[in-house]
Design a protein around this ligand. Structure first.
Ligand code: ADP
Ligand code: MG
Length: 559
């Protein structure tokens, strides 16, 4: 049979992925195992609606068979299998994830977790394989098929013999090279470790024949080897485990396995609450903002489980908007499986959980700020804007949570500082928190308006994001110190108040000012003498509440 070519974009993507997405080769096994687990979940779903199918838990398992002579690793599952068409679409085009399509047209109201979402996992096998063979029989087909590929040059699909429904993947390991040994993935002991590391909480048993030894006879000193099938994974989900048993790596693996992001988590939180509402949660603050984070396409939400069973993919009610960057999952025994239908009834429980988690996220961020400034700044670069939106949208309700998490660039420190730090070091005679808004730090530094305030030795916060000024307008004050723009008409400085001398200068130059005003017309409201200037001949100031920068933003808004 002629070789089918991978679609062109697939080919490029495949090369890209093999070399970049996965930093460690061993994750190929995690991907194959999660696909097997997904395939068995699909059988479970099917059994819910198909009277001819019954789902006996013990019929569902994954089996690994390493073979050193053939250099092959077999990954066998008893899942739903694939038809010829499905082989074509699911394994012929990368990023055309069958799991994703399945997810869209099956209501996840009573079911299990489907891990796959991105449609690239399977190809991870080519990081270690010369050749991958998939022999599969779908629950919907009497004929089994074989898919085979040696990598980027395409694949073949041919009829095959297979009795039972399910899938068998044969990974033919690459030959060892000078620096790289692929033998690891054929070694019983190493395989066990990889499974423990990445796939321990898979809910189906992952079985393997393990070589053991025992005394030849009772009391004998002589030992003999024997082989026994063992279940390698503990099948306990990570969130039900004890925190003390887990390492940072376990959380990172979970984050990546769950595809919360392709980055690493900046911070992970494991929450076990056993109060009026009981829940376990694993939450993450990602290292980077997702590419669509600040766009309307971004959907916030956490996975919601009811006693280990996934009931909602993205439960938005669990997170306030200003913490929408948090990823992760929540499992509660107190939620009904039918939450989507009976949402109202359980709303209260969910609200308690959400409120409780919000508090914990805040505390974690405060600790991060206190204990690991650098990390906090990384976080703030990625998500600070969202916190400021939170202030702007509903400061009344969010004040206590958010005001101490904000940071702005400081004229004095030349780095991000908190409002508390600013207020702490304010000289006694300073009554306001001064800020200057502009496009960039560079530009703000050149603003004539900053000179006078800076000359007094006062610190100025630089606002370079549009939301900054809007946010602090909502706050009005921090620790009883009002915010003041350096370009406002009244700076609240002693020597900036009008006196008689001012009037004199104003009078003396009246003709000049009138001429200037006439020339500028509607562009300015008034031309006046100012004591605010040092090295600059002229500056613009704003009357009233709205600063020049805000005016720009408001004018640019669509009506
Ligand atoms: P994802 O799991 O993110 O969807 P993968 O590249 O891992 O992407 O897998 C692509 C698709 O191939 C899956 O969505 C699934 O439809 C199909 N598939 C892969 N492995 C199996 C398997 N063992 N049994 C049944 N279908 C599978
Ligand atoms: Mg997958």
């Amino acid at each position: 049979m002629a070789k089918q070519q991978f679609k062109a974009e697939s080919k490029r993507l495949l090369e890209l992925m093999i070399n970049s997405i996965y930093s460690q080769r061993e994750v190929f096994l995690r991907e194959l195992i999660s696909n097997a687990s997904d395939a068995m979940d699909k059988m479970y779903y099917r059994s819910l609606t198909d009277e001819n199918l019954t789902f006996n838990q013990e019929d569902y398992y994954i089996k690994l068979i390493p073979n050193k002579e053939d250099r092959t690793l077999q990954v066998i599952d008893t899942g739903i299998g694939m038809t010829k068409d499905e082989l074509e679409t699911n394994l012929g085009t990368i990023a055309k994830s069958g799991s994703f399509a399945f997810k869209n047209d099956t209501e996840l109201k009573d079911g299990r977790d489907i891990i796959g979402q991105f449609g690239v996992g399977f190809y991870a096998a080519f990081m270690v394989a010369d050749k991958v063979t998939v022999i599969t029989k779908s629950v919907d087909s009497d004929q089994a098929y074989q898919w085979e590929s040696t990598g980027t040059d395409g694949y073949t699909i041919t009829p095959a013999d297979k009795e039972s429904v399910g899938t068998e993947i044969i990974v033919k390991m690459k030959e060892n090279e000078e620096e790289d040994s692929f033998d690891t993935f054929l070694d019983e002991h190493q395989l066990q470790q990889i499974i423990k590391k990445y796939s321990d909480f898979i809910r189906y048993p992952i079985k393997m024949d393990v070589t053991k030894s025992k005394p030849k006879e009772e009391e004998s000193e002589e030992y003999v080897d024997y082989v026994e099938e063992e279940t390698i994974n503990s099948m306990i989900p990570i969130w039900k485990k004890n925190k003390s048993e887990l390492t940072e790596d376990d959380y990172t693996n979970f984050y990546q396995e769950k595809r919360y992001g392709f980055d690493k988590p900046l911070k992970s939180m494991h929450i076990n609450v056993d109060g009026t509402v009981r829940y376990n949660a694993i939450l993450f603050i990602p290292e980077n903002a997702p590419f669509d984070y600040y766009s309307p396409e971004f959907e916030k939400g956490l996975e919601l489980y009811s006693n280990g069973v996934l009931i909602m993919d993205k439960c938005a009610d669990l997170l306030p908007d200003y913490f929408s960057f948090v990823k992760g999952m929540v499992d509660s025994e107190d939620l009904s499986l039918n939450i989507s239908r009976e949402m109202l009834q359980h709303d209260r429980q969910l609200k308690v959980i959400a409120k409780n988690m919000t508090k914990k996220i805040k505390t974690q961020l405060q600790h991060l700020l206190r204990d690991d400034r650098e990390k906090y700044e990384t976080f703030y670069q990625a998500f600070g804007r969202q916190l400021k939106f939170g202030v702007y949208n509903d400061f009344g309700a969010n004040k206590e949570t958010l005001q101490d998490l904000l940071m702005f660039y400081s004229s004095k420190e030349k780095k991000l500082v908190t409002l508390d730090e600013y207020v702490q070091r304010m000289p006694e005679d300073q009554s306001y928190i001064y800020y200057a808004a502009g496009e960039s730090i560079d530009r703000i530094e050149k603003l004539p308006q900053t000179e006078m305030v800076a000359d007094k030795g006062y610190e100025i916060l630089y606002f370079t994001e549009e939301v900054d000024e809007f946010a602090i307008k909502m706050m009005r004050e921090y620790k009883e110190k009002e915010f003041k723009s350096v370009s406002s008409g009244d700076l609240g400085l002693e020597d900036d108040t009008k006196d008689e001398a001012d009037e004199e200068i104003q009078e003396e130059n009246k003709a000049l000012f009138t001429a200037m005003k006439e020339h500028l017309g509607d562009k300015v409201k008034d031309v006046r003498a100012s004591k605010r200037l040092k090295s600059h001949p002229v500056c613009l100031t704003a009357e009233g509440e709205i600063s020049l920068e805000m005016e720009k933003v408001i004018n640019a808004m669509p009506n």
